[in-house]
Design a protein around this ligand. Structure first.
Ligand code: UDX
Length: 443
């Protein structure tokens, strides 16, 4: 059955490409727009410029022109087409951190609204999904012509789980000013809401704040456990056991308590910084000074990993020493290397004269582009060959399934430092390795 509402998605990055495919999966006719023609070409053939499990399969089910597809999903670079087509327009462009500043860069959002305003039909609904500083929706509503409503509908998808998080969101939050926008969005999300996703209706500023406060809370949880790891290191405690034990308290919860080299990626770091910057503008900076500490605990972890590696090599210099780095992406099941703690650590060691060889299951191309001077290998085994120390910095399943005995045969020295607290210490030790992890006692 075809749904009556016609949907457009503006901006086809992680968020937009996934949202467009999910809307087609829910039965809507969808038109995706991007200003980059190469992206539109790629998407029109059912492919995406990033690694996201399940996304290409979902596109193949719906992109027009692909054999056996529903044909409900098309892509364009034409604003006129978007304006004529859409009853509901989702704005999904990104808001990166400004160069050298905490604030986020709103220029893509502003440009999208300016272009849309010229072509949008009267009676259509515009829905912002980008992560924006609180107050943006109110300002952007004025950019749209009379008779066009705005709603704000933040997105909580995680990279690596984007398809599932979009089709089965754990909540849908909509900031609206009128009942018509709410009614339209209830129609759009009838599928997931029918399957049990809570639908939270609120005003513009609250909807915007839900997103930034959720990410701030997650960042706080990670930095909290990393702070406990520092104390464990000083006191001889075991942060993994500590996390397990406090996680049994369901007011605390077991998730997001994995200590290690900290958070990275395109969201958490820039979102907490943009949040601090915005609070400052609003005169509420005192409320968020703790986020500065969350950020610095997080950034400190990277340096501590470097020191742990230096110590494992005898304590003085990296000069001429071979360091194998397993993992380049900011998290597993993604090829995203934006603000990746793993590459940051690799880069620091390289700058101090270490001979670094990196291997990552999916992030090699992006890593090479960002850090062209590091060494790269085609497999974990090749990265470890001849290494004086091995650093496990992104917790891919592939690394958990490595055979420590096989690696022991090619390494120059059997020392592995687990920057993600994710490997089975006993397995590695049984194969003759010295295994060390952040915040845990040495065996
Ligand atoms: C995050 C939010 O989870 C998501 O809801 C929001 O929409 C976008 O930002 P994402 O950036 O995809 O999603 O990654 P996430 O899974 O949250 O991980 C972020 C970082 O935290 C990664 O670098 C990860 O390695 C790190 N992390 C996560 C930890 O160090 N410890 C943990 O316990 C959990």
């Amino acid at each position: 059955t075809r749904m009556a509402l016609k949907i457009t998605v503006i901006g086809t990055g992680y968020l937009g490409a996934t949202h467009a495919a999910a809307m087609a999966e829910l039965g809507f006719e969808v038109l995706g727009l991007d200003v980059v023609p190469e992206k539109i070409e790629l998407l029109s053939s059912g492919r995406v410029p990033m690694y996201e499990p399940g996304l290409e399969e979902l596109l193949a089910r719906h992109v027009a022109g692909i054999e056996g597809s529903s044909g409900r999903l098309r892509f364009t670079t034409s604003w006129e087409e978007v304006g004529a087509f859409g009853d509901v327009h989702f704005v999904c462009v990104n808001t990166p951190q400004k160069h050298g500043e905490y604030a986020c860069d709103m220029s893509y959002v502003d440009a999208a609204f300016a272009s849309l305003a010229k072509v949008v039909r009267e009676g259509a609904l515009v829905v912002g999904k980008s992560t924006v500083p609180v107050g943006s929706a109110e300002r952007l509503a004025d950019v749209l012509p009379e008779g066009v409503e705005l709603a704000w509908n933040p997105e909580f998808l995680r990279e690596g789980f984007a398809v599932n998080d979009t089709l089965h969101p754990d909540r849908i939050v909509v900031g609206v000013r009128g009942e018509r926008a709410e009614k339209t969005l209830r129609e759009v999300y009838a599928g997931p809401v029918g399957e049990g996703s809570p639908f939270v209706v609120t005003d513009f500023p609250t909807a915007e704040l839900v997103k930034t406060s959720a990410n701030s809370f997650l960042a706080t949880k990670i930095s909290f456990i990393n702070a406990m790891a520092e104390v464990c290191e000083a006191a001889g405690g075991d942060v993994a056991k500590l996390a397990e034990a406090i996680g049994h308290d369901d007011r605390i919860g077991a998730k997001f308590l994995r200590a290690g080299i900290g958070f990275g990626g395109g969201c958490l770091p820039k979102d907490i910084r943009a949040f601090m910057a915005r609070a400052g503008e609003l005169g509420a900076d005192q409320a968020l000074t703790f986020l500065r500490e969350i950020d610095s605990i997080n950034m400190r972890r990277r340096g501590q990993m470097v020191e742990m590696a230096r110590e494992a090599l005898g304590g003085s210099t990296f000069l001429g020493r071979r360091v194998a780095v397993l993992g380049a992406t900011f998290k597993p099941d993604s090829d995203d290397v934006r603000d990746s703690p793993a590459l940051n650590v690799a880069g620091q060691i390289h700058l101090q004269g270490g001979q670094v060889t990196v291997y990552d299951p999916k992030g090699m191309d992006n890593a090479r582009r960002l850090f062209p001077t590091l060494g790269y290998a085609d497999s974990a085994l090749e990265a470890v060959r001849g290494a004086d120390v091995v650093l496990h910095l992104t917790e891919w399943r592939e690394f958990r399934e490595l055979d420590p005995a096989a690696l022991a045969e090619v390494a120059a020295s059997r020392v592995i430092l687990d920057g993600r607290n994710a490997l089975d210490a006993e397995r590695w030790r049984a194969a003759g390795w010295t295994y060390r992890a952040m915040g845990r006692p040495r065996a």
